[in-house]
Design a protein around this ligand. Structure first.
Ligand SMILES: Nc1nc2c(ncn2[C@@H]2O[C@H](COP(=O)(O)OP(=O)(O)OP(=O)(O)O)[C@@H](O)[C@H]2O)c(=O)[nH]1
Length: 653
């Protein structure tokens, strides 16, 4: 268990921790000279059951609330310190409010400096404290009267015993999530290198683990680790750890960063959150209002973009997008607090919904539905709510892991969900409900049938074009999986590069077969300048119309391409011409920093063809989508797309 102090400046927090543990957490020279805490202090004390109780001592100064929040983000038990002489003071209230926003509902109150006041005052302040706590999660917290700077103080001993018992009663936290630790301190240890410390928010860490320093994304390795101040082989959720990291310089790490399992988090400058403003603060938020956001141990200014109304009034609750200047990391459910633009008042708090929010269409109904689904997951509906909302194509397993905070080994797919392997990134399957997978397949088949109806003469359509017709926004790897599955169960077929329905297949008669066997080598041998249909018909002694029919069939099989109405090229020659376009484009624009292309004149020279024919070929490339014409230049389009279906089936035909 980790106990965190809270309370107004000079109310005796540090003195109490020293009395409880024997450790003076004010280590800095300046802290000792000025008698105030500036940084977070840490102390550890052994428990009877062999475990170790950890303490985080926070500063009470009103200018150091940001440090207090960083400390409080990693605690499970609040020790609210209130001096009997002063009673409840401004940072007593503010710290208490922060504990509420962070969801810390377990704790105790230490009423300090009781040696300075009489019994009547103790009774009075106790009433005041009960009143203060009444409406909070700490309403039932016990109050201990102490005089901590007196050795042998009985109140301190009773409090110590209470804390030890509470620690031994506290159930261990689940530690099967993806590992992440919020860094609150970084330093260099002579002879060891960089050490980061913080509370493990989830999961576990072992010596030797490779982790990511986020949001920067650097890979680090755990050389050794301390848990609650003792050397250990592994650290678990809820424990304070010090990780000695290799692969990173101290200056590359700061408070607010995370060390996390690789792929546990993705950095983003925009997160969508549920925000509640406190009524007392009296602050109304509008679009672009600046705020100080404290999330984990991070403190950064963000701008507000309201997702529902156009203003969020004091006491109100609503969804907002926080827009940061520098990327941050979070997962759904992470708590945060916000302070006003002057950073002198805590004005609200909330929890993260979508840590990877978009800049555009952020108020769209689909977005609201997605945030609803995230909220349902947080309310206990599990990941099925997310899958329901992730239409039409489900979501990548890696994204599901990030949003749930669970590794694939722990993630339980709901009934009716399936994992679709794609060949794009290994192991990063798509996960979706069976009904969604089915409807993707149905859509693909319907689009193919529609294509056949519109272009009865064409053998079929390549996968990329079919995707543009059916589901242009769908991930290409997932689309390939849909097509693969449909081919696998023979719902559709592939002939050469073309996808088609089985009933749309082309069959050649024996006679046509024999003619094709003469014709194709002749076309291939004719290079970049094959004869027109009429000449071809004469040479092969085939009636013109019959030859046209045959060439259409060969076209539908992907063995020839039609450049003009009666002009057919052999597939291999078209392939060479396409490669020539690409190499001329690369030559013209070697850096590939602008769209690369080839001019008609350059093309004519390179192919040695006449001007007219050269342009007919370029127009063919424009038509299939391989290039697009801008004035006199034909620019290559996305080279990833398999415009001719060749990568899919290189040896066909
Ligand atoms: N008489 C008396 N004085 C106390 C007691 N506890 C603390 N003090 C004194 O109160 C002053 C402030 O105590 P600290 O422990 O530094 O207070 P703090 O809350 O840690 O202060 P910050 O961390 O700076 O907010 C010191 O001079 C202490 O000696 C107590 O029980 N009785």
């Amino acid at each position: 268990m980790i106990v965190g102090t809270a309370g107004h400046i000079d109310h005796g927090k540090t003195t109490l921790i020293k009395a409880l543990t024997g450790v003076n957490t004010d280590r800095l020279k300046e802290e000792q000279a000025r008698g105030i805490s500036i940084e977070l202090g840490y102390a550890y004390t052994p428990l009877a059951n062999g475990e170790v109780l950890g303490f985080i001592d926070v500063p009470g100064h009103e200018r150091l609330v940001h440090t207090m929040v960083a400390g409080a983000s990693g605690i499970d038990f609040a020790l609210l310190v209130i001096a009997a002489d002063d009673g409840v003071m401004p940072q007593t209230r503010e710290h208490l409010e922060i504990l509420q926003w962070l969801g810390i509902g377990t704790g105790a109150v230490a009423l300090t400096k009781t040696d300075r006041v009489d019994a009547a005052r103790i009774a009075e302040v106790t009433r005041e404290i009960r009143q203060l706590l009444a409406s909070t999660g700490l309403a039932d917290a016990p109050i201990f009267a102490v005089a901590a700077h007196h050795a042998q103080d009985a109140g301190t001993a009773t409090l110590r015993q209470h804390l030890h018992e509470a620690a031994q009663r506290m159930p261990p936290r689940r530690d099967d999530g993806l590992f992440r630790l919020a860094i609150d301190r970084v330093f260099t240890l002579a002879g060891h290198g960089t050490v980061v410390t913080g509370t493990v928010f989830s999961g576990q860490v072992q010596v030797g683990d490779h982790l990511a320093l986020m949001p920067a994304g650097d890979t680090v390795r755990v050389r050794s680790l301390h848990v609650q101040n003792r050397p250990a082989a592994s650290g678990h959720a809820g424990q304070r750890c010090a990780l000695n990291l290799s692969g990173i310089d101290k200056d590359a790490v700061k408070r607010g960063d995370w060390v996390a399992a690789p792929s546990a988090m993705t950095a983003s400058t925009r997160i969508d959150v549920e925000l509640q403003l406190s009524a007392q603060a009296g602050v109304t938020l509008r679009n672009r209002s600046p705020l100080h956001v404290h999330l984990g141990t991070l403190h950064q200014v963000a701008q507000v973009a309201l997702l529902e109304e156009n203003a969020l009034a004091a006491g109100g609750r609503g969804r907002v997008q926080l827009i940061f200047e520098f990327p941050v990391c979070a997962i759904p459910g992470d708590r945060f607090i916000v302070r006003n633009a002057q950073a002198n008042m805590t004005i609200g708090g909330g929890h993260v919904l979508d840590p990877l929010a978009p800049a555009r269409k952020r108020r769209a109904p689909e977005r609201q539905a997605w945030l609803d689904a995230l909220q349902q997951m947080l309310d206990g509906a599990g990941i099925s709510a997310l899958l329901q909302a992730a239409s039409p194509g489900g979501m990548r397993l890696s994204m599901l892991m990030q949003l749930s905070g669970l590794p694939s080994t722990t993630l339980q797919l709901p009934e009716g969900a399936q994992s679709i392997a794609t060949n794009s990134q290994e192991q990063d399957n798509f996960v979706m409900l069976a009904a969604q997978w089915q409807s993707l397949k149905t859509l693909a088949v319907a689009a193919l049938a529609d294509f056949h109806a519109r272009f009865p003469d064409e053998q079929g359509v390549d996968a990329a074009r079919l995707r543009r017709m059916a589901l242009p926004a769908l991930d290409n790897a997932l689309w390939q999986a849909v097509i693969g599955s449909l081919i696998g169960d023979a719902t559709i077929q592939r002939s050469g590069p073309w996808l088609h329905l089985p009933q749309h297949a082309v069959s050649l008669s024996d006679g046509e077969q024999a003619q094709a066997q003469q014709l194709l080598p002749a076309l291939a041998a004719a290079g970049f300048d094959p004869p027109w249909l009429r000449a071809l018909a004469q040479a092969h002694k085939i009636p013109e119309e019959q030859l046209r029919q045959l060439l259409r069939k060969l076209l539908r099989q992907g063995l020839v391409y039609q450049i003009e109405r009666d002009l057919f090229y052999h597939r291999d020659r078209v392939r060479e011409l396409a490669a020539l376009v690409a190499s001329l484009a690369a030559e013209q624009n070697p850096g590939q920093d602008a769209a690369a292309g080839v001019s008609a004149a350059r093309w004519r020279d390179a192919t040695g063809l006449g001007r007219k024919r050269a342009i007919q070929i370029l127009e063919f490339f424009d038509r299939v989508g391989y290039t697009r014409r801008v004035r006199d230049t034909h620019l290559l389009r996305d080279s990833e797309v398999d415009w001719f279906g060749w990568q899919e089936n290189p040896d066909s035909g």
